[in-house]
Design a protein around this ligand. Sequence first.
Ligand SMILES: [Zn+2]
Length: 412
Amino acid sequence: MTALATVLDHIRSGRARSKPELQRATGLGRTIVVERVAQLLASGLVREGELGASTGGRAARELQINAEAGVLLVFYVNLKGVDVGITDLSGHLLHRQHAENDFASGPEPLVEWLIKTWDGQLSELGKTRTDVWGIGGGIPAHIDFASGTLIDSPSLPASWRGFPFRKHLSAPFGAPAWLDTDDNLLAVAELRTGNARDHENFIYVHADLALGCGIVTGGTLVRGAQGAAGNIGHIAAYGTDDALCRCGRRGCIEAVFGGEALVRKAVAAAESGESPALARQADIDLGAIGEAARLGDPFAIELSRAAGYNIGRILSATINVMNPALLIVGGRLLQTGTLFFAALREAILHHSLPFVTEGLTIQAVEHPQTAGLIGAANMVLDELFSPQELARWFAAGSPEITVPESVEVEHP
Ligand SMILES: [Zn+2]
């Protein structure tokens, strides 16, 4: 099953599109490759597509995932709301909606709404619940990945603690479900479809209203013992600002230089007259800080620079520990102006070990809005096509599971 999973992964990622390419890329023998490809073709999971480039002899048809064999249900929750959609088995989005979410009312209304919305989207696509191969989502919380249960979150009310998401999502569709921290899914999107495609060791930093990161080492996401790895936002900031953080402690970098903190400081500066440019803005958000900085407003310029430099200083410690080859910075803090990224980069180069930064590429990315959903789909595909999961369902032809239809909602 391991060889089958390896062959499938190479076809799925496009790293190999023919049997000779598979032999070269996987190091597997010719007989094994021929056998496993035949199994995958017979199962309908892989098909032969376009004619590939001829290398002298007769051109072979390119092997590719049969993306239409099933669909995946995906969602992505962050502090701005919830994205919900459906993808095919290549992770391509077929349907997507965005909605506000009322976090105070707890996880049950969200789950009910997700199920109702997916049913509507399935029917619009001419599909039914039996076409669903897997479900995946991201939440701003620490998740027990093995059980799909929310452990805790600095961002969500206590009513979310201990909620067994997997159980509630799997049951109606008879399909396996996986949950992860929102920022981890953005790292998976970078790994599978974005700038980190050729990297095994990288960090994706999401500098947004909150601050977090996804860490990939050896091509695998680091989740940590409690699903809480990547919590850079709650490292103590340097300096004397002891602003109260949503985690309950004081002086975390997110509470001092996260997006919400910057907007709060910008509003105060507009009201006090310290920033005339911000005072002229109708609606003060991170983009308004960037606009004021572009107009030369000293307060906005310093705010953006200080945020970049201090977040970069925190990151330099992480970079010294993890030694990544690539650091990707995304999220709306980039909207505060070019100085933010320049200062972040400067702090990293200044505070990290020289031989660690020598081989380090630092990039700013503007994510597509859909990155969270793309990451969720690829997380599901990584799990469905893992040796362990393939061993469970490959012979049956689809990953369908049986879960009791009615599930009692448990209150922790
Ligand atoms: Zn905190």
